[in-house]
Design a protein around this ligand. Structure first.
Ligand code: PMP
Length: 418
């Protein structure tokens, strides 16, 4: 029993979800399904949002600390960006047989900001970008094996759930452990001289586990090893890009990969992603590697991305997020420390934080995790038990203070209940 806060009215969400299950397999897709939250406690459908706040279809209001799983870096419905997109629609159009010129502007921006950028290709989703980066690496090196670390999307070569995928499509891919350089060397040795690419999220953010920053020298060692074995080093910056710093985690940690992929925050919610890196590798796409899609050149997202990046630079958005995030994380850490017997742990960096629970033999941590996240959502703090959260520019001090207070009250409940 959780007497502390009243359970939310989620009737419309649940009614709609019942209908959905007859129309859409699983009702909703993948990571948005109720089992990824606390079933019965979380809404299933959102209706609208503004800034750092979202509203569900039952009219409940939440402080949105998931930020759409990362794309929302400034805030929901950011007028300056949306106005540009609307103007593009109304005054020029965005879907043509030939390309508009915005991709040149965006590629120039990447060259200016991202350490590894010399040439870029723009696609739509993070999965498009990671798959393209792998294909370019294989073409460039003439090798076939891939060594990976992190989540890289839903495509055949890397998705965790293997249903519907012949083994031959992923049998050349092996996995190493974040911050464990020996596990990388092991994979590379096993592949003999046939590794095309090492792909890694520069920040470790495995599902339902603590966020890990690179140990001193780790990323540098990854780069040296990849090169020793003749492989291309790819940073998967889909989450860290345009969030950890304007030049990505590669700039922040001072290690430049051969190629990197970006997505999520680069357009504040509009669908676009990028592969950027060394000219000699990217040039494989001139003839040897084919990449094209009806919607890849659709200019709305390019316009949105150019405007997003302009605002990030002009208003020093990321500095603001780091500052707020530091204060936020310090307050949370203090509360968790005060109630250390609960076994809650804070990990991450100021723009990306995660509260997880120390595992215990009886598996009590799972119950604590459920109660904690249920209590938070009842207080309008929208986070996710198995995935880290994010803060955006439009979160106000008041939003953050409300979240801190809800975390404190939830911790008191756990302390008294377990
Ligand atoms: N790489 C990373 C690190 C990601 O976090 C994600 C998405 N969560 C992807 C790749 C795949 O991106 P998308 O969902 O846009 O295909």
């Amino acid at each position: 029993m959780m007497p502390t806060f009243e359970k939310l009215n989620l009737r419309n969400s649940f009614t709609e979800f019942e209908k959905a299950k007859t129309l859409i397999p699983g009702g909703v897709m993948g990571i948005r399904r109720p089992y990824n939250f606390v079933p019965g406690e979380y809404p299933i459908y959102f209706d609208h949002a503004k800034g750092g706040t979202v509203y569900d279809i039952d009219g409940n209001k939440y402080y949105d600390f998931m930020c759409a799983y990362g794309p929302i870096i400034i805030g929901h419905r950011e007028k300056e960006i949306d106005d540009c997109v609307i103007a593009q629609m109304q005054e020029k159009g965005f879907c043509f047989t030939l390309t508009q010129t915005y991709q040149n502007r965006l590629a120039e921006k990447f060259n200016e900001l991202i350490p590894c950028a010399e040439m870029s290709l723009f696609v739509t989703t993070g999965s498009d970008a990671t798959t393209l980066a792998i294909r370019l690496s294989r073409a460039y090196t003439g090798k076939k094996k891939v060594v990976r670390c992190g989540y890289h999307g839903w495509h055949d070569w890397c998705v965790e759930v293997k249903g519907g995928i012949p083994k031959k499509l992923y049998e050349d891919v092996s996995e190493f452990k974040y911050n464990d350089i020996e596990s990388l060397e092991q994979c590379l040795k096993e592949n003999k001289d046939d590794t095309a690419a090492v792909i890694i999220t520069p920040l470790g953010h495995p599902l339902a586990l603590k966020i890990e920053e690179p140990k001193p020298g780790f990323l540098k060692d990854v780069k040296a090893l990849a090169h020793k074995y003749g492989a291309v080093l790819i940073f998967d910056e889909i989450r860290s890009g345009f969030r950890v710093s304007i030049g990505g985690a590669q700039k922040y940690y001072g290690v430049t990969p051969d190629m990197a992929v970006f997505g999520k925050a680069m357009a504040n919610g509009y669908p676009i992603s990028a592969v950027t890196g060394k000219k000699e590798i990217l040039k494989e796409a001139e003839a040897n590697v084919f990449v094209s899609s009806t919607f890849f050149p659709n200019s709305l997202s390019y316009v949105a991305s150019l405007k997003t990046i302009e605002i990030l630079q002009r208003d020093k958005i990321l500095d603001n997020i780091w500052e707020k995030g530091k204060r936020f994380n310090t307050s949370i850490a203090k509360i968790l420390e005060q109630h250390s017997e609960v076994g809650a742990e804070l990990s991450g960096i100021p723009p990306m934080m995660y509260i997880s629970f120390e595992k215990d033999e009886k598996g009590l941590y799972k119950k604590k995790r459920n109660d904690f996240y249920a209590l938070l959502v009842r207080r309008g703090i929208f986070l996710q038990p198995y995935h880290h959260g994010y803060i955006c520019y439009r979160h106000t001090e008041e939003d953050l203070n409300n979240a801190v207070q809800a975390i404190e009250e939830s911790m008191l409940y756990l302390r008294d209940s377990y």
